[in-house]
Design a protein around this ligand. Structure first.
Ligand code: GLC
Length: 614
């Protein structure tokens, strides 16, 4: 054990080092200087532990003694781009009172590290892991922001883009300059025929705007693996130096006060010929090794997997295959999100019910990240297993949903747009802010506005009640719509996802306490859900969940534990629910403050949160 770990982390080293070393041996044990490399890695980890500020060490100790801290129903996330929400990191700090007013305890700021000049995929093309993007502030600003947030009881979550770096990152530049050590940080090929063998099995993330998975770098004189945009070069984790660099970069950010890391594009980390190069076993060994390192050096920190794959494949990111192999603490439940939108468009909940049935029980101290919208498109492919259950193809089942949400169907209330659909019949993704997708932008009268409001609260009820850490996407709480600004038109043209990345609307913010305004109504509605949730221990992440069978296909009745039921009507029609189907007795309607005991009337798109009274 390195000397620096003895103080404070000795016991944790005893507990977690075996797992760390096992995983690293599986990954890199065959290389001749493995022992030396491992010694160096532990030495670096020791140094980073020695550097860890006292206040963060206290936080570590507190969380080690309370590992379920992020599963409580009081946890509430909020997600925003720094420039869109506050202009700069300091501007975000000035929003802390607003976040507190909302009840936020977890803030996910989209990429704010130094990013590539020019196109940079909204900061997902990182040029340095040790500098803040100068437009947004400095490392000093980051440290003060994390301190201010901590003081306010809010944990900062940052993206950790670990699959790729920008082509102007010093490693990529050194590779392009011909330094062999750095060329090995990337997957490069001299012959096009080599790529073609891989391509046969690979999917495409942006088939329309960035087809293929490789680009030719004239500087390098070779082909480079670039899964996403051509300027995002995939890192080569077969090279242990890449693992060591990235682990150290993560721990340095943790020492600046970042408490949660969103592991961007986690499934792509390992390439294997003849496969789709997603979710390979080595991806999990890498993440398990990272987790073990964190347990030793900075155990207050959480890892969150961004794995936009079917729910059965996501659960592996928690280490569920073998509970002894802890992996991520959190993972996005993107199937739940996509199925919620499908239910809204189809006015039937069978996909949602299937997704819930396919959701495994998680290990203790792990939780889903539940959400309605984010900065990306709604990816329909995650619903493949559920959508195909009736013998239909994904395109057949979800093509109609995607057209509905894009607003190209007459009966549609939505105003989104299709993303990356290469042909009119194919389904890929859907863009748009939640408010636009639920009908606010097309609402022409009070009834349509009311329905839009109900739909938004219905979807947020799924996210708030499912059992997980729910995330509000910036502006949803004020029913902010799509970005239609002239200033961002060219961004949207290049990448449709900018539709859901507007600048935070100050006017709506100013109206939030104005009960007759749309932002005021929605803000009050969302606040009511948040308050109600805070007081219901049945809504904590680790309480059991069960779908109560309901004959009507538009209904979703979700029970949490024995004493809480959420009854949801995903249709334009009034529905009746007999409380007998979830056991009879008296139930308090927590949102309406009335007691019900026989038939419950559910107005179109309405939800009831019911607490058993007898
Ligand atoms: C993740 C991000 C997305 C980005 C991609 C490449 O999926 O959410 O916005 O384009 O990774 O970094």
């Amino acid at each position: 054990m390195p000397e620096a770990l003895r103080v404070d982390a000795g016991l944790r080293y005893e507990t977690h080092s075996e797992r760390l070393i096992d995983r690293l041996t599986q990954l890199y044990g065959d290389m001749p200087e493995f022992d030396y490399w491992l010694g160096e890695l532990l030495h670096i980890a020791g140094g980073l532990h020695a550097d860890r500020p006292a206040v963060l060490r206290r936080l570590d100790a507190q969380r080690v003694s309370d590992p379920g801290w992020f599963s409580r129903q009081q946890m509430l996330g909020y997600c925003a781009y720094v420039d869109r929400f506050g202009g700069t990191l300091r501007g975000v700090a000035a929003r802390v009172p607003y976040l507190r007013e909302l009840g936020v305890t977890y803030l996910h700021l989209l990429p704010f590290l130094k990013m590539r000049d020019g196109d940079n995929d909204g900061g997902f093309a990182v040029s340095s892991f040790d500098q803040v993007e100068p437009r947004l502030g400095s490392m000093g600003d980051l440290v003060s922001l994390t301190a201010q947030l901590r003081e306010a009881g809010i944990s900062l979550c940052a993206d950790f883009v670990l699959n790729h770096v920008a082509d102007d990152h010093p490693w990529a530049q050194a590779a392009a300059a011909g330094v062999p050590q750095y060329r090995d940080y990337f997957h490069t090929f001299s012959e096009q025929s080599e790529l073609e063998v891989y391509e046969r099995h690979l999917g495409e993330v942006f088939p329309e705007v960035a087809p293929g998975n490789f680009i030719f770098s004239p500087a390098l004189g070779r082909w480079v693996w670039a899964t996403f945009y051509p300027y995002q070069w995939d890192l080569n984790y077969q090279n242990p130096a890449v693992f060591a660099e990235m682990a150290a970069a993560l721990l340095r950010l943790a020492n600046r006060g970042v408490e949660v890391f969103r592991l961007d594009s986690a499934p792509f980390l390992w390439k294997r010929l003849g496969t789709n190069c997603l979710n390979q076993p080595e991806v999990h060994w890498i993440l398990q090794a990272l987790r073990a390192l964190i347990e030793i050096v900075a155990p207050g920190v959480l890892l969150k997997a961004e794995a936009i794959v079917p729910v059965s494949e996501v659960s592996v990111y928690f280490g569920t295959r073998d509970p002894a192999h802890d992996e991520c603490h959190l993972a996005y439940h993107s199937s739940l999100m996509a199925a919620s939108w499908a239910a809204l468009a189809e006015q039937r909940t069978d996909l949602l019910r299937r997704v819930i049935a396919a959701t495994p029980t998680l290990p203790e101290s792990a939780s889903w990240l539940t959400y309605i919208r984010c900065h990306d498109d709604i990816v329909w492919g995650t619903l493949r297993p559920e959508a195909q259950a009736d013998g239909l193809t994904l395109d057949q089942r979800l093509g109609a949903v995607s057209r509905f949400l894009a607003g190209t169907v007459d009966s549609s209330f939505a105003a989104g747009s299709a993303f990356q659909a290469l042909t009119a019949d194919a389904v890929f993704g859907t863009n748009g802010m939640a408010a636009a997708l639920v009908g606010f932008s097309r609402a022409r009268n009070e009834r349509e506005r009311t329905y839009a409001e109900r739909r938004l609260l219905l979807l947020y009820s799924v996210a708030f009640c499912f059992g997980g850490l729910p995330l509000i996407y910036m502006g949803d709480e004020l029913a902010q719509g799509n970005d239609e600004s002239e200033a961002n038109a060219s961004l949207r043209q290049a990448d449709g996802r900018w539709l859901q990345r507007p600048v935070f609307d100050e006017q709506r913010l100013a109206l939030r306490h104005e009960p007759r305004s749309v932002p005021g109504r929605v803000f009050a509605g969302v606040r009511r859900l948040i308050e109600c949730r805070r007081n219901q221990s049945a809504l904590a992440a680790n309480v059991s969940r069960r779908v109560v069978p309901a004959l009507d296909p538009a209904l979703l009745i979700l029970a949490r534990g024995e004493r809480f039921v959420i009854a949801m009507n995903f249709s334009n029609d009034v529905k009746q629910v007999d409380v007998a189907i979830f056991g009879g007795g008296d139930w308090l309607d927590c949102l309406g403050n009335t007691v019900v005991n026989k038939m419950i009337k559910l107005e179109p798109w309405c939800v009831r949160w019911l607490e058993r009274r007898s």
